[in-house]
Design a protein around this ligand. Structure first.
Ligand code: ATP
Ligand code: MG
Length: 543
C-alpha cells in the first residue's frame, strides 16, 4: 500500500515544484517517557512514507527535554518499535544533543531583550496568564536589564537556585489572543540526572522552545505534528525568527487517530502498567506497538491500517473492527492453517484399528509456498466441544450429533453412535464408527456428510495453552475513571491440543487455527510448553 493523496503531500509537492525546498526532510519526535501506541503509528507512517515518496529522509529525534519522566529503557523500546514497523531513520538524535546550542540561543534572546528571568511561581505564572477572554498580566520581573537577566540565567545554570524558583520566559505579548504567546516559559530548573547528559545541566528547555530550534538545526523542512499544536505554530515561527535560525522549518498539523474502545494516551497506558492491571507494556491486550506485536499483529497490517485511514486536518475515530479486518487480510495468505482444539471432547473410533495413519495436507490452499505437513489420524481423536450436540437441533446444524455423520476434515466420515457420560452428567467421550470408503481424496460421493469438522489425533497431539482476549475496557465512555472501566474478563486462558507440526513453532510465528482464529506463538512459548495468543477471530461476526 502507498500513501494516498493528502493535504500534506500536496504541500510538499508544491514546495518541491516551487523550489522552496530541495529535499523533503521530516522527523518523528517521541518523548521517551512510555512505550509507543498505535496512535503514534500514524505520526511514524506519515513522516516516513511522505519523505520516502519524495526521495527525502526522516530523523528519529527523542524529545528528551524533561528528565523527570524520561528513561533510556523507553528509548530502546521506541527504536525497536520503529524498526519493527519497517522504517529506518536516517539519523537517531536526541533533543539533549542540542542543549549547548539551545542554551546559547536563550542567551541570544536575552541579549535581544526578548527573554527575561522571572521569579513568579508556576502557580502565579498560570494566574497571570489570563484566559481566552481576559488578557494576561505582565510579570513584575518583565523589564529587568539585559545584564541582570544574563547574570540570573547564568546562576540558574550554575545551580544557585532550587527547582521552580526562577524561570526564563520569552518576552512576547501578555495581551495576545493566543495564550501560548503570553510570555511562555522557555527554561526551567530541574535538579535531576538526565539519562543522556547526566548532571551537566540543571536547567532544561521547554518543548515549545527546543523543538523549533532542533528542527531548524537538522534542516527539517516539514515538521508534522498532531492537531493540538495548531496554536503553538505562531510561537514555533516566533522562535525560529527571533533566534535567526539559518534554516526555516515549517510546522503542519494533522488530525489525531483514535480507535473505538482503545485507550490512546501514554498517561493511561502508563497507569495500567504501574497499577499492574496488565503484565507490562507488551501485554498482548495493550494498544502499544509492543503489545500488538506480542499479540501477533504484523507490521504490514499496522502500516496498511494507518494508510487506509488516510490523513486529514481533523481528529478521527476509526472502528477497531477496521484494524482487525486489515489484519485478517494480511494474515489470510501468510499463515499455515492447522488444527488446534481449544475445548476438547475425546472421540473413540470403535471400528478403527489400523494404528496411526498420516494424511499429507497443504498448509494453505491459497499459498502453496507454505508447503504441507503430515496430519496424523488414529483410533482416538479430539474435536471441539462446540462441534457436538447430542440431538441435531435443526437443519442448519452442520456438525456432529448422535446418529449423524460428518467428515473429519482431510480424513474420513465418522458417525456418532453413543455418548458416554461422567457421573456429573458431562460428556466423557463419544463413540463413533468410521467408513473407510470415505477416505479424503478417494472421490467418494455416495452420501454427503452433515458438515466437515477439524480434529487432532490424541496420541500425537501436543498440549497447548491458548490465551484468548477481550477488550481491556468494557466501554469507551471516556468520562468514567479508567480503573472502573476495566473488563474483568479481558484475559482468558484455556488448555487444549495442537497437531504435532506446530510443536516447533518459533516465538512470534503465526497460525490460522481452523475455525478458532489467528494465533501467534507467545514469547514465553517453548517446545515443551506451547503458548499461543489469539490475535483475532476469523470473522468479526463469529461471536
Ligand atoms: P500521548 O498524547 O498519548 O501522551 P504524546 O503526543 O504526548 O502522546 P509524543 O511522544 O509527544 O506523545 O508523540 C510523538 C508524536 O506522535 C507527536 O508528534 C504526536 O503528535 C504524535 N501522536 C501521538 N499520538 C497520536 C495519535 N493518536 N494520532 C496521531 N499522532 C499522534
Ligand atoms: Mg507530546
Amino acid at each position: 500500500m502507498e500513501i494516498e493523496s493528502n493535504f500534506i503531500k500536496t504541500i510538499m509537492e508544491d514546495d518541491l515544484q516551487n523550489q522552496r525546498v530541495k529535499k523533503i526532510i521530516t522527523r518523528f519526535p517521541p518523548e521517551p517517557n512510555a512505550y509507543l501506541h498505535i496512535g503514534h503509528a500514524r505520526a511514524i507512517v506519515t513522516n516516513f512514507e511522505l519523505a520516502k515518496m519524495f526521495g527525502g529522509y526522516t530523523n528519529l529525534r527523542f524529545d528528551d527535554t524533561n528528565p523527570v519522566k524520561e528513561d533510556s529503557s523507553f528509548v530502546d523500546a521506541i527504536k525497536e518499535d520503529i524498526i519493527w514497523l519497517g522504517y529506518s531513520p536516517k539519523n537517531i538524535l536526541f533533543g539533549s544533543d542540542y542543549f549547548d546550542q539551545t542554551y546559547e540561543l536563550a542567551i541570544k534572546l536575552i541579549k535581544k531583550g526578548l527573554a527575561y528571568v522571572c521569579e513568579l511561581s508556576h502557580e502565579q505564572i498560570s494566574a497571570f496568564r489570563g484566559s481566552l477572554t481576559e488578557p494576561g498580566k505582565e510579570s513584575p520581573y518583565r523589564n529587568r536589564s539585559v545584564e541582570e537577566n544574563l547574570r540570573l540565567f547564568t546562576e540558574m545554570r550554575d545551580g544557585v537556585y532550587k527547582d521552580g524558583e526562577l524561570t526564563l520566559r520569552a518576552k512576547i505579548d501578555m495581551a495576545s489572543p493566543n495564550i501560548n504567546m503570553r510570555d511562555p516559559i522557555i527554561y526551567r530548573i530541574i535538579h535531576i540526572r538526565h539519562h543522556n547528559t547526566g548532571d551537566k545541566w540543571c536547567i532544561y528547555p521547554m518543548y515549545d522552545f527546543a523543538h523549533p530550534i532542533q528542527d531548524a538545526i537538522e534542516g527539517i523542512t516539514h515538521s508534522l505534528c498532531s492537531l493540538e499544536y495548531v496554536d503553538h505554530r505562531v510561537l514555533y515561527d516566533w522562535f525560529v525568527e527571533k533566534c535567526e535560525m539559518p534554516h526555516i522549518p515549517h510546522q503542519y498539523e494533522f488530525g489525531r487517530l483514535n480507535i473505538t474502545n482503545t485507550i490512546m494516551s501514554k498517561r493511561y497506558l502508563k497507569q495500567l502498567v504501574e497499577a499492574k492491571v496488565v503484565r507490562g507494556y507488551d501485554d498482548p491486550r495493550m494498544p502499544t506497538l509492543a503489545g500488538l506485536r506480542r499479540r501477533g499483529y504484523t507490521p504490514e497490517s499496522i502500516r496498511n491500517f494507518i494508510l487506509s485511514t488516510g490523513l486529514s486536518r481533523i481528529n478521527s475515530t476509526v472502528s477497531s473492527e477496521m484494524l482487525e479486518t486489515v489484519l485478517r487480510d494480511d494474515l489470510v495468505g501468510k499463515t499455515k492453517r492447522v488444527n488446534a482444539i481449544l475445548d476438547p471432547i475425546k472421540v473413540v473410533i470403535t471400528n478403527y484399528d489400523s494404528g496411526i495413519e498420516e494424511f499429507e495436507v497443504e498448509y494453505n490452499q491459497d499459498n502453496v509456498n507454505l508447503g504441507s505437513r503430515k496430519l496424523p489420524f488414529g483410533k482416538v481423536v479430539y474435536i471441539e466441544r462446540s462441534d457436538f450436540i447430542e440431538e441435531k437441533p435443526n437443519k442448519h446444524w452442520k456438525r456432529l450429533s448422535l446418529n449423524v455423520e460428518v467428515r473429519l476434515m482431510h480424513a474420513y466420515f465418522i458417525r456418532c453412535n453413543e455418548v458416554i457420560y461422567n457421573e456429573d452428567g458431562s460428556i466423557q467421550e463419544l463413540h463413533v464408527t468410521y467408513d473407510e470408503l470415505t477416505k479424503s481424496g478417494s472421490g467418494f460421493t455416495d452420501r454427503k456428510p452433515n458438515g466437515n469438522i477439524h480434529f487432532v489425533e490424541a496420541s500425537t497431539a501436543l498440549k497447548a495453552t491458548f490465551n484468548l482476549f477481550e477488550p481491556l475496557m468494557v466501554d469507551s465512555d471516556g468520562d468514567r475513571d479508567l480503573m472502573e472501566r476495566l473488563n474483568p474478563n479481558s484475559w482468558n486462558t484455556v488448555t487444549g491440543f495442537v497437531e504435532p507440526c506446530v510443536g516447533s513453532a518459533k516465538k512470534g510465528e503465526k497460525f490460522q487455527f481452523i475455525r478458532n482464529g489467528y494465533f501467534s506463538t507467545d514469547y514465553d512459548s517453548t517446545e515443551g510448553n506451547l503458548i499461543f495468543n489469539r490475535i483475532v477471530e476469523l470473522k468479526s461476526s463469529y461471536k
